[in-house]
Ligand binder design. Structure first.
Ligand code: GLU
Length: 544
């Protein structure tokens, strides 16, 4: 077989040589030890938590080493592509604070190693498809889907490995004339790699999992599909070589394809990147763990966290706890530090499935938000409201000072209040600070009937002086408590419940409920001063 003639016949448009491509994408000029990483999402319109999980790893190991982190759009599967999906990926990553040094952007490409959209790299793939054909290592295959299915059935019956290989690869040895005749007759073809049956094993040192040993590839796997677009396997090898990736961070579902990738790297004589196969995201379902599912679990979508208003910092911190077993320890030792300061390492990655626990994420979110300044909370919350709750965004803008003062209640100090969990929940929690959203939702304490409530607020308002400091204010509350036959010390009431009508807890609960709508709320004196005298009086008068 004249492989050169076959290659020229199959790839008449290829002008560049492999050397031209090597020269176009030279080794990167980076400090020693700098890592070059990427994410390669497919533009399906669905950006999942796993994309961010892998992005954080890539971003960290690139930027911790003065390297480069880039975005490549893996759009070889046109059946799955949806309009605007590239922008969706870019916006989602941007929202979650993942910044790329180069790659696909909404405006086009940024960087010298592009194009960064695989569909635009066709010419590059074809140079190497032609090279393999010339070397007799790739050939056109005309097998139909039905023929492949029939082979599979036969293999299943014989208890053999499924796939196109060895004697099952029907088109391996077609002559040039047969190939030409088939193509002239309009038969569709794919380009297959010519696998070898050697019985050897390969070993790959995975940076997360350690040594992976598996049988060497013997499959005649597809390099180019019938439309001339490469498969993931071929595109991955060409792209990560020419974009000079040092590390390939991807989900563990790719481990089984590793023999094909290793085969291609070694066939071309290229250095393999360091593979990092990450654990699948799981969740607890009753007593057992299972894979997060796109259909069943809204929390698999990155958009879910945006809609729920879980701050980007909380999502990062949560993922860092999954990514590195020592993150939580570091956080306790460095409560005020920015999480970017955490020295992330691949060695501390867990291999078993990473458990996505929303309660834990919400708890982390509370900690993240309680450590922020009031201004930071306002900014994050307003940004979210501007997108998801426009009415609330208007309130924040209408009452800027009150909002900041409210956000400052219980903030700072050793034990800041952990009232706000998410931006969405902040709208509930903060609603009592604005008349527009204020509602009394909790009942008055059972110990206080209607007459008692009336009596209490009458007395309270009679001596209320908005200029009292907190101590003077509390002195008056205690005096009224006593006058009305309630115990000033809750434990006195506990000991002798018959001697009192209730305790100061019930008195202050009445105040909290009237002022905020809830029995459980921040400090009454502080809240009154955020609301101002007019609103405070009006809310209490409603109960007289
Ligand atoms: N397009 C692949 C995916 O979405 C990317 C895998 C990789 O990063 O190599 O799974």
């Amino acid at each position: 077989m004249d492989y050169k003639a076959l290659a020229d016949y199959l790839f008449p448009d290829v002008k560049d040589t492999p050397e031209d491509i090597e020269a176009r994408f030279p080794e990167r000029d980076l400090p020693a030890g700098a890592n070059v990483t990427r994410i390669g999402p497919s533009p399906t319109g669905f950006v999942h938590l796993g994309n961010l999980y892998n992005a954080i790893i890539g971003e960290r190991i690139a930027h911790q080493s003065q390297g480069v982190f880039y975005l490549r759009i893996e759009d070889t599967d046109n059946k799955r592509e949806v309009e605007g999906a590239v922008e969706t990926v870019i916006n989602a990553m941007d929202y979650f604070g993942v910044h790329f040094d180069e790659g696909a952007t909404a405006e086009g490409d940024n960087g010298k190693y592009g194009p960064y959209r695989q569909r635009q790299r066709r010419d590059i793939y074809h140079v190497f498809a032609k090279l393999l054909t010339e070397r007799g290592l790739a050939y056109p295959c005309f097998m139909t889907a039905e023929e492949i299915e029939a082979v599979r059935e036969q293999q299943t019956a014989n208890k053999e490995n499924p796939g196109v290989y060895g004697k099952y690869a029907k088109c391996r040895d077609l002559g040039l004339d047969e190939v030409k005749a088939n193509i002239s007759a309009g038969k569709e073809w794919v380009l297959r790699f010519r696998g070898q049956e050697t019985g050897e094993t390969i070993a790959v040192e995975d940076a997360i999992r350690g040594k992976l040993e598996m049988p060497r590839n013997n499959m005649d796997f597809v390099l180019l599909k019938s439309d001339g677009i490469p498969t993931y396997h071929f595109a991955h090898v060409i792209d990560d070589h020419f974009m000079r990736s040092t590390h390939v961070i991807r989900g563990e579902e790719w481990i089984s394809s590793l023999p094909m990738h290793v085969e291609l790297f070694s066939t071309f004589g290229w250095k393999q990147p360091v593979y990092c196969h990450t654990a699948t995201l799981m969740k607890m379902d009753g007593e057992s763990k299972r894979k997060l599912s796109k259909r069943k679990d809204p929390e698999l979508a990155l958009a879910y966290y945006q809609q729920e208003g879980i701050s980007r910092d909380a999502v990062w911190e949560f993922l860092l706890t999954l990514l590195n077993s020592n993150y939580e320890e570091w956080r306790i030792a460095n409560p005020g530090a920015d999480y970017h300061e955490f020295p992330y390492t691949l060695e501390k990655m867990s291999v078993s499935g990473a458990l996505v626990d929303l309660d834990k994420m919400r708890d982390i979110s509370k900690n993240v938000i309680c450590r922020m300044t009031a201004e930071q909370v306002r900014d994050g919350w307003l940004e979210w409201c501007s997108e998801y709750n426009k009415d609330f965004a208007d309130l924040i803008k209408k009452y800027p000072e009150r909002t900041l003062a409210a956000l400052n209640v219980g903030r700072g100090g050793e034990k800041p209040r952990r009232d706000i969990e998410t931006w969405k929940q902040a709208c509930d929690f903060m609603s009592f600070y604005y008349d527009e959203t204020f509602r009394v939702t909790d009942p008055m304490p059972a110990e206080c009937d209607e007459a008692t409530v009336k009596d209490f607020f009458g007395r309270y308002l009679a001596t209320y002086d908005h200029s009292d400091d907190s101590a003077a204010w509390f002195g008056k509350v205690k005096a009224i408590t006593e006058e009305m036959g309630f115990a000033v010390k809750p434990k006195d009431y506990k000991k002798n419940p018959d001697q009192y009508r209730g305790s100061i807890v019930h008195i202050t609960n009445m105040l909290r409920t009237a002022l905020t709508g809830h029995a459980n709320a921040p400090d009454i004196w502080e809240v009154s001063h955020v609301l101002g005298e007019e609103i405070t009086r009006r809310r209490l008068e409603a109960f007289v």
